[in-house]
Design a protein around this ligand. Structure first.
Ligand code: AMP
Length: 202
């Protein structure tokens, strides 16, 4: 893994958060999950949360005009390497990120078949405090921060199907963008978190 500017792309429940957090920790990279940031804003009732709520509730993507300045500001504040989980999700987002950087980011794309994604969301729990995804059998509290483990509202079936459709419509072209620029690595996301991580590390 030579680049210290990484973006993680993949459909909902493909393991972006689990793998991204682990890789960022191992490589000592700053980590930002845009989805977790938005869910926290909703919970805290901030201005961002108020703007993002209707989109998240419908399982739609938050508009680029809201996402791009927010993420570019965060990237601009980093003095060393970073990893973005869930950004970019559209070609304009990928272009905006590229335009900010001299050394362009490398993309890791997690590939998981739809049936497996549906199986995963049906039983997925996330910590409401630190947004870490729970592992099987972890009980009701997050072992890292003791926050409550709860299902994500946007994992409910109708919302999830919308997110999958949004992924095909908007993110697949962004995946092609990174492939066209020879900056993409597609990783098989099937198997246990450890098996997938071994592939992610390459
Ligand atoms: P995630 O936790 O990555 O699955 O993201 C959850 C939700 O947050 C998505 O379904 C979108 O509604 C929103 N979201 C996260 N990142 C972005 C982004 N880069 N662009 C637009 N919407 C986003």
């Amino acid at each position: 893994m030579s680049s210290r500017h990484l973006v993680f792309l993949g459909p909902p429940a493909s393991g972006k958060g689990t793998q991204g957090r682990r890789l960022a920790k191992d490589l000592n990279l700053a980590y930002l999950s845009t989805g977790a940031l938005l869910r926290r804003a909703l919970r805290d009732g901030t201005e961002l949360g108020r703007k993002a709520r209707p989109f998240l509730e419908r399982g739609e993507y938050v508009p680029d005009e809201i996402m791009v300045p927010m993420v570019l500001e965060w990237v601009g504040e980093q003095s060393d390497g970073w990893l973005l989980d869930g950004f970019p999700r559209t070609v304009p987002q990928a272009e905006a990120l590229d335009s900010l950087l001299e050394v362009k980011p490398a993309a890791i794309i997690l590939h998981v078949p739809d049936d497996e994604l549906r199986r995963r969301v049906a039983c997925r729990l996330e910590c409401v405090e630190c947004h870490r995804v729970a592992r099987e059998g972890e009980g009701a509290q997050c072992p890292e921060c003791q926050g409550d483990l709860e299902p994500r509202a946007d994992d409910a079936s109708a919302s999830f199907e919308n997110r999958l459709a949004e992924y095909r419509r908007l993110v697949i072209p962004a995946v092609s963008y990174y492939c066209d620029h020879q900056r993409a690595r597609i990783v098989n996301g099937m198997g246990s978190p450890d098996e997938v991580y071994a592939r992610v590390k390459g």
